[in-house]
Write a protein that binds this ligand. Sequence first.
Ligand SMILES: [Zn+2]
Length: 132
Amino acid sequence: MNVFEAIRENGITARQAAEHCGIKINRSGMAVCPFHKDKNPSMKIDNRYYCFGCGEKGDAIDFVAKYCGLGKKEAALRIASDFGIGFEDNRGRKPPPKRKRRLSPEQRFEKAEKGCFRVLSDYLCCLREWKE
Ligand SMILES: [Zn+2]
């Protein structure tokens, strides 16, 4: 199973990916589009996303790739690592070791709740700034 299949298997939606990137999604499943100068939520996000303003559309991987300025493979790898999805890219090759020190599932959950999203979205902002 490669990383793309693993993400599909795990049913990661564009909505989950967008929320993970710090995008606020309202109760109707609409969000302010990060890909054009959007004042009112004009992006519909569910399994996939579609912006009625600028026409951007795709799935979770497309969203992260576009939002973070990554290639599809990099975006998929990021989703897999952020959502703790295991996959086997090449036969006999182990997934890359985690950069962070090992935490128990409880600790990881708590940490994610507290600061992970915040840190990640800050980091994404930096990435976008560097790109410009
Ligand atoms: Zn848009």
